[in-house]
Ligand binder design. Sequence first.
Ligand code: EPZ
Length: 441
Amino acid sequence: MFLDVLCCNMTQTFRIKGLGGKKILSGELSPHGAKNAVLKVLAATALFSESIEISNIPDIEDVNSMILLLEKSGFFIKRLGARRLVCQPPRKTAARINTDIAKKLRASIVLTGPFLSRYGKISFPHPGGCVIGERPIDLFLSAFQKIGARVSRNKDYYTINAPKNGLRGANIFFENISVTATETLMLAAILARGETILSNCAMEPEIKYLAEFLNSCGARITGAGTPTICVIGGELLRNTKNIVYKTPPDRIETGSFLILGALCARDVTIKNCIPEHAASTIAILERMGVSLNIGKNYIKITNDFSGKGKKHFLATGVKTHEYPGFPTDLQALMTVFLTQASGEALVFETIFEGRLNYIELLNRMGARITSMDQHRILVKGPTPLRGRKLESPDLRAGLAYVIAALVAKGTSFIHNANYIDRGYEKIDERLREIGADIERV
Ligand code: EPZ
């Protein structure tokens, strides 16, 4: 099943008919379950003595890849429909992460923590994923050594062994704030002897949500969602109350739809979302003049250009930052927004050194973006965009091109649509529902 999904996606292209700057999309969009939440709870199932049920799963390729990785390690996964599954971890496993799949999936690295602490050993390749920088794993390797594991490396392949009597708790300071390193070590510490204190942790809401679920199954984690997480190690987790992990709505989808709506919509409502998780994006868009009506679990975007003179948004500088700051995953989309705002603005990508590789094609569409260095670009707007052939370099820049194509005048073709499918479920169908002229060819 997985391979034929992969093959059919390889030749996918989106054809998009641009709106030529008109803001006429209208209707409702709902974010699906968060990719970067569900991939980690799938890894965490290794810490349980029995099966775990997960719901509100997004139907995206990265989830299929993670499921395949687990099945190849002896996990039994039963699908209960498109968005639900039960995952039963094995008592023993060879704990070798499949190279071909791990090379496509950065989240595969999160398996190392629970596998090491449950099965005592893990062999894996340097993880793959979006080409947005070097993406080292030094924080993981040095932290594993701190909790007593032995790390050996053969070129691009690592083998890590826990001591015979298991991992022991330690004080770990992350020199860089890393989302997956925080999650991986939090999971490893659950079966380590004694107390583990993780400092300078990432504070993404998915981390807090995961810790709360694990605590309801017997884990003893405090501080998740703050810079300091403390874990008291213990036995395998047991889901005695049969709690189902319900994947939270994807805050990056919510932010993506906000930017799309601000640029192309007459009125679009994002439903079943958590506005607080998009606070940084909301603050930036409102600062630039976007009118948003924010409810408990919805955000309504209205653009009222009823002929009272063309009103442009006012460009202001944007800097990416770890949560709760402006997310790097929305950086490319915000650049597209700035091409349509009045004025000059600096976009400062502070987290990844290779995440500005999409600007050339935007300039060929008519944008005026100047590269300052590998972390900063200067965007001058507003500039009308013209449709053209585009090739998405990664998942998030791919969606930025979709938005640019919708803003543009004329037709665009976006190749490598499978990159976009990795993180946005059936995005073409969902955008058609609000009036976008987009189809797979
Ligand atoms: C997670 O990646 C997300 N992926 C990314 O989303 C997201 O962009 C990123 O966090 C930042 O928010 C998943 O959760 C699967 P990092 P991650 O470790 O954990 C450096 C998407 O599109 N670093 O937080 O890999 C690293 O180079 C993806 O959904 C080290 O130096 O990112 C970077 O500069 C793209 N050593 C910074 O930390 C390490 O050992 C943050 O990276 C690890 C990371």
